[in-house]
Design a binder for this molecule. Structure first.
Ligand code: ATP
Length: 290
């Protein structure tokens, strides 16, 4: 794998679910590298394997085959005890349904407090950390409110604060804006970007929302359980001094040299099973087998 020292490395990751006689290949050899400090959006159609990937990275689900490493943890060979430590200390996870992240009878401060209590953090440190986190997420003045007394966007910010309580290296968020209106989504997403920038937490966020994925520097697209393409965005300065974002799409090639040719390209040239490949001085051509 190329990136030495990357925080997250998945290679040829496979997850097969067996339900009775039916086998579902949720991940079919997925490759993903995320550098420390990056913020990456994962996009893809419903059923493409996004939530499966996130559950594996969160240490909730175990892969069937392949390689997956986060920090110093090998997610395939981790013992049960290590898995508990990993989930407590290395990753923070924000679930898809806002309410499932929260406990109805606790207020925001108590909820942020809970994971730290489980990790044996002192009372004074807990109090300081929960105050700082709620403040950083813009919900400092709601510390004494329970979930039912908060709006959807505020609940999600509290959920993010809870996920960050034990200073994880990685924050994983599965459709954090899925249940929110456009304006609130933008606010929650801005909060995730602040957390990434100000606290240095690496963020992997699954989203359906192109408006959301368009705001990060790298978007990884999953199709049929594999990483199919990546969009990289950078800000360029024009001659008149104005700035604009340039987005470039790349196909992803695995170590065996496999790439996915997008369906519209295949259809446009009627590419089917066999194609002609030719190596040119600085590129490769793919032609129909005519
Ligand atoms: N526990 C499970 N048992 C059996 N099949 C499952 C299980 N979890 C997921 N799958 C299947 O694996 C595939 C990938 O599901 P996954 O939830 O990862 O997709 P997704 O991209 O997150 O979809 P969505 O955007 O709808 O949440 C789907 O075909 C799904 O039905």
């Amino acid at each position: 794998m190329s990136a030495d020292g990357a925080l997250i490395e998945c290679e040829s990751l496979v997850r097969i679910y067996q339900s009775g006689p039916v086998e579902v290949q949720a991940l079919q050899g997925l490759d993903l590298v995320v550098e420390r400090g990056e913020m990456v959006a994962v996009v893809g159609a419903s059923g493409s394997g996004k939530s499966t990937l996130l559950s594996i990275l969160a240490g909730i689900d175990a892969p069937t085959a392949g390689r997956a490493r986060v920090d110093r943890w090998n997610l395939l060979s981790m013992s049960r005890r290590d898995r508990v430590r990993y989930r407590r200390q290395t990753v923070g996870f924000v679930r898809q349904q806002t309410a499932s992240n929260l406990i109805p009878y606790l207020n925001a401060r108590q909820m942020v407090d809970l994971p730290m209590t489980a990790s044996g953090v002192s009372t004074a440190e807990r109090r300081q950390r929960s105050g700082e986190l709620l403040e950083a997420l813009g919900v400092g003045s709601f510390a004494d409110r329970r979930p039912a007394q908060l709006s959807g966007g505020q609940q999600m910010r509290v959920a993010i604060a809870v996920a960050l309580a034990n200073r994880p290296h990685v924050l994983l968020a599965d459709e954090p804006t899925g249940e929110l209106d456009t304006a609130t989504s933008a606010e929650v997403f801005a909060a995730l970007r602040d957390v990434n920038r100000d606290l240095g937490v690496t963020v992997v966020v699954v989203t359906h929302d192109p408006a959301v994925s368009g705001q990060v520097e790298r978007t990884v697209a999953i199709r049929d359980g594999r990483t199919s393409s990546e969009v990289l965005r950078r800000t360029a300065t024009a001659e008149d001094g104005g700035t604009h974002v340039i987005a470039e799409e790349y196909a992803v090639m695995d170590r065996a040299g496999r790439i996915q040719v997008p369906r519209d390209y295949r259809e446009a040239l009627a590419l089917t099973r066999r194609v002609r490949l030719a190596l040119e001085p600085d590129h490769i051509t793919i032609r129909p087998d005519a």
